[in-house]
Design a protein. Sequence first.
Length: 278
Amino acid sequence: MTVLVTGGRGHVGRSVAKKLLAAGEKVRIGSSDPAKTSFDSAAEIVEVDLARPRTLANALDGVSKVFLYAKPDTVGAQVEIMEEAGIEHVTFLSTRSLTFLDADTNPIAQMHVQVERALGQSSLPWSFLRAGTFSTNTLQWVQAIRADNVVRAPYPESYSAPIHEDDIADVAALTLTEGGHVGVTYAMSGPTPVTQREQVALISEAIGRPVRFEELQPEQYRETLSRWGRSQVVDQLLRYLETWDKRPVPVLDQRQQLIGSPGRSYAQWTLEHADDFR
């Protein structure tokens, strides 16, 4: 069996590839820029740019299963190509946003639901991994921490349950190598809710120097985020922070349920990624 892992340059994609290789599977890593994609193991690297579905078709020769990320603009062509290739299973990295009450207006949820619907209406066997806030999202603080040892954001007491990329990969590898996961949706989070202030404190501890949290007003933060994000996504992020301000987000530790051991904590993630912040 050969598994195509799309999004091979991302944290989750790389971890999925490593888990599959460790399980003895053949892995083909898809990247929109193979020349800039390196991997320290025996995996083939090929061009896959889901914005250009023909590159997906070229990469599927000899592939039986696919780990897929969201590119809704071309999902119809993606599904058709995978059906024609006779793909036996697709595991799609979706979002936990689809489990919340505002899913109909949440732009992140809507981006992923288009792919879920297309796969669900196809002949392809599928699993959906609705992952919550990624621990890697806090890498957005790297530049500020390196420069000033400070994180500037609103709602310091807003909670999330950050999920380690390796926990997502553990569950993804199960769905791609074992039976019993077809047509199943797994909502996932990290094992423990932590506030933004607590996250900064854990980063500080991991890198061995003080890092402070400087609270901004929401409109100040909106101005900062609008430089790189769509306004709808910025609005959604601020709504999320406000919603979970002083309210621990519910935990859905799917790794614990499927594998029998708890997911990796945010504290563990900071220790593993300390050099990124240094």
